[in-house]
Each structure stands twice: as structure tokens, then as C-alpha cells.
Design a protein around this ligand. Structure first.
Ligand code: AMP
Ligand code: MG
Length: 356
């Protein structure tokens, strides 16, 4: 009797201190990992994309989601003359038939352009190409090594490329499913939001297939679909832009995206200076106010576009932009290493706790 009472007390104590719940979560997570988790990985959009889906039917669902990402890539790839973006450049001055994905991307880019005061500008393509950061096909002859610059372009070249920009000269008609670049020489650069858009599109496929828990990872961009086992927040490490470690860990709620932009992703060094792939449309040169930015938002496309915008804007205006938008958090690292955060980000950020 005394033994039974002691055992009962022990169980109650374990329950009260959360051990039973934790053991249950651990058991569920282990079962899901072992029996219900499927992972698919492909090289896409210049990076390794990984889809991890949990639940019955996770395999076919992940396959369908990956196929959807490939479809989006086929439409948005600026270096493919047959893609929507390639055909828009070739058909400048005319109305070009495009997919609903391209219309959605143009609408999103317009929101990002207006919210950021032009810091995010999809027409930055000629500058991205001039600086040697146009997307490249790593399998092509004369591929990345030959296209990568080793010294900056001249002021004249920068001025000439800058003259090709102009978001006000891009138009589209969502009903007719056409879009138009006003002048030959204009080029859209989808690298700042394409991965995020493709991730959202893949997540939609997963949800349609009944998947309620998944992670889609495309290099700097991530989307957590549904909640983690036990309803705990997802723990996402934010990379240090200059060291092998982490700035800290984000405790991310369900159905949230995290996007990171950095000057360490694609760059060359000339005479001790780093020249990278995120261009300030106001100067025509790599943006200098940040070395990294991370944005948390409800959609991966929006987080992706905003991380690029916030990077260009820098700590002060970048954090102010995040504060002005509902459900958006931002973290910006200045060139001197100072980390600035918006309120919503501070609420979920644990600084320098090492690798999760
Ligand atoms: P991300 O890594 O998401 O910040 O995207 C960087 C990519 O966005 C570059 O490789 C370019 O393709 C594109 N990009 C660069 N500068 C800008 C800009 N000011 N606005 C929009 N896209 C940009
Ligand atoms: Mg981006």
C-alpha cells in the first residue's frame, strides 16, 4: 500500500515537473523520425534544397513539393532564355505571356519595392550581371569560374548599367497573364525572392497532400510548416557572418519563415575589399550598411524579399522597416559587428548559445 502510494507520488511529481510530457514528446518525435519522416534533396536555384516532411504519405508529398519547386525555378530563372523572366528580357517592349507564378512574384516585388523605398528593386539585373553575380549554371562550359569577376567594374560601366533600372517601367496584367519590360536592356533579377517564393509554393503542395509538419530549407531561406512535436518552437541557429559559430538561436513559432542575406554568400575580394552580390540600386554598388540580415515572417517569399531589402537599408532603416510591418522581425549585423534587432525578433532570439 505504502509502495503504491509512493509510486503514485513519484508519477505525480514527474507529471508536475513536466517529465512525463517531455518523455511523451520525445517518444512521439523518435517515432516520427523513425517511421514517418521523408527527406528529399536537390540542387536548385543555385543551392541545395531540402524538404523534410513528416506524416503518412510524406514521401510522395515531398516528391510533389520538390517538382513544384522545379517548376517555379523553370519559370523564374533569369539565365534561362526560355523562362518567363528570360522571355521578358528578350521580348522587352512587348506584352509577354507569363505564368501566374511570375505575376505573383511581380506583385510581391512591387510590395517590397514600395515598403523599402526602392532598396529592393527587381530591375537590378543589369547591375547584378555587371558585378559578375548573375546566376550561373555550374555544369555549363565556361561556367562560374569564368563569369566571376576579380576586380570591380568602372564608374562608367556602373552608370551605364544603372541607367537600365526602373521598376516604374515594369507592368503586368494579372487578368491577361502578361507582363512587359518597357525597354530593351532591362533585366529582372529574381535571386532576392525566388527561393522564398518557391518554398511557399512547395509548402502549399505539402499542405494539400495532408502534411501537417515539415521543414523546407533552401540555403539561406527556411520555412517551418506546422509545429514541432509537442508544440514547442522550432530552434533555428543564425550563422555568424564572419566566424564558424552562431550569433544565436531563434525560437520560431509554427508556420513561420526565416530568411538570411549576407555579404559572405557570393563575393570576391579586390585589394582587401569585399564586393558581394546584394546591390544598392541607389549607388549601383554592393550595399555597404550591413554584412548580414535575417528576417522572420509568415511567408517565405516575403521574408526572402525583406531580408534582401533590410540588408540594403542597413541597421537603422532596416529595423524601422520591420517595425512598420505586421508580423515581421528583423536582425541586422553592421560592418563593425554590431547586431540590431526589431522588437518582434528580440522576443524570440537567444543570443550566442552555441550550436542548437
Ligand atoms: P538574397 O540572398 O535573398 O539576399 O538575394 C540576393 C540576390 O538578390 C542577388 O544575388 C541578386 O540576384 C538579387 N539582388 C541583389 N540586389 C538586389 C536588390 N537591391 N533588390 C532586389 N534584388 C537584389
Ligand atoms: Mg532575399
Amino acid at each position: 500500500m505504502a509502495l503504491a502510494a509512493a509510486a503514485l507520488a513519484l508519477v505525480l511529481a514527474a507529471w508536475a515537473t513536466g517529465w512525463v510530457a517531455r518523455a511523451w514528446d520525445w517518444g512521439v518525435a523518435a517515432y516520427e523520425r523513425r517511421f514517418l519522416t521523408q527527406t528529399r534533396s536537390e540542387f536548385l536555384m543555385g543551392t541545395y534544397v531540402t524538404i523534410t516532411a513528416v506524416g503518412p504519405g510524406a514521401g510522395p508529398a515531398a516528391d510533389a513539393a520538390m517538382a513544384r519547386m522545379q517548376e517555379v525555378d523553370g519559370r523564374l530563372n533569369p539565365s534561362d532564355p526560355g523562362s518567363d523572366i528570360g522571355r521578358l528580357a528578350l521580348g522587352a517592349g512587348t506584352d509577354v505571356p507569363v505564368s501566374s507564378d511570375t505575376i505573383a512574384v511581380l506583385e510581391l516585388a512591387d510590395r517590397a519595392y514600395r515598403a523599402s523605398g526602392g532598396a529592393f528593386d527587381l530591375t537590378v539585373g543589369p547591375l547584378v550581371t555587371l558585378w559578375g553575380f548573375a546566376p550561373v549554371d555550374p555544369t555549363a562550359v565556361g561556367g562560374p569560374a569564368d563569369q566571376q569577376r576579380t576586380s570591380p567594374p568602372t564608374d562608367e560601366e556602373i552608370a551605364a548599367a544603372r541607367a537600365e533600372l526602373g521598376w516604374d517601367q515594369v507592368s503586368w496584367d494579372g487578368a491577361a497573364m502578361t507582363a512587359r519590360l518597357a525597354r530593351p536592356g532591362m533585366r529582372l533579377s529574381t535571386g532576392g525572392l525566388g527561393k522564398g517564393y518557391a518554398i511557399d509554393a512547395a509548402a502549399e503542395v505539402l499542405r494539400q497532400k495532408g502534411i501537417r509538419r515539415a521543414v523546407i530549407d533552401a540555403g539561406g531561406e527556411l520555412l517551418m510548416v506546422g509545429s514541432k512535436a509537442g508544440g514547442r518552437p522550432w530552434r533555428i541557429a543564425v550563422k555568424h557572418p564572419r566566424q564558424d559559430g552562431y550569433l544565436g538561436v531563434l525560437n520560431v513559432p509554427p508556420d513561420t519563415a526565416v530568411a538570411t542575406s549576407g555579404d559572405y554568400q557570393r563575393y570576391f575580394v579586390f585589394e582587401g575589399r569585399r564586393y558581394h552580390h546584394i546591390i544598392d540600386p541607389a549607388t549601383g554598388r554592393p550595399a555597404e550598411r550591413s554584412i548580414a540580415s535575417t528576417v522572420v515572417a509568415g511567408s517565405a517569399a516575403w521574408a526572402d524579399a525583406l531580408s534582401t531589402a533590410v540588408f540594403v537599408l542597413g541597421p537603422e532603416r532596416g529595423v524601422a522597416l520591420a517595425e512598420s510591418l505586421p508580423d515581421v522581425g528583423a536582425l541586422v549585423v553592421a560592418p563593425d559587428g554590431t547586431v540590431s534587432e526589431s522588437g518582434r525578433l528580440t522576443a524570440i532570439f537567444e543570443k550566442e548559445t552555441g550550436a542548437p
